[in-house]
Design a protein around this ligand. Sequence first.
Ligand code: 5GP
Length: 192
Amino acid sequence: MKLLEERIKRDGIVLDHDVLKVNSFLNHQIDPQLMLQIGDEFAAAFEEDQVTKIVTVESSGIAPALMAGLALNVPVVFARKHKSLTLVDHLYTADVYSYTKKVTNTISVDQKFLTASDRILIIDDFLANGQAVTGLLDIAKQVGCEVAGVGIVIEKTYQQGAQLIKDAGIKLVSLARIDSLADHQVHFAPED
Ligand code: 5GP
């Protein structure tokens, strides 16, 4: 997605340890116009896939997931990372190791929001080693629902997440694909 690549080039900051900081439009401050277009791109990519629900993880997946949900006209469920007084029983849970925070979170979804008849689209802000997506796939397995695909805003192609998803035979659509952050520069992958 050209607009997204331009924005990453303009505002992205490459930190040490292979982390791209995009907190001026995605991870802290959010650009609603850009999110709207991201939602439309996901909707166009998955419009034939009979998606009934979008599933993401709080907090950075919520903005793109919400916009995709708006464009596809389906509800959006976000897995929660923190325990809450209102989220105690009847949960689907999975452990997810966070690439950027170096901690393991147990993510949870209330069982009433996903059913075996759902066909879910998983959306997340970044795809690195695939831990977050794997956690959501684990939850989908517990639910017994189908996975229509995975939509990612920014994929780092040189980490193993994309391969994991493809090996599982799941459709993967990434709006920007970065094949290196060497020398603190963003290098985009050539189009497939
Ligand atoms: P994974 O679970 O695929 O290893 O990593 C995905 C999660 O880690 C994303 O939800 C995102 O929060 C975070 N993440 C991974 N790589 C980056 C990065 O380069 N920049 C930012 N801002 N977040 C990242």
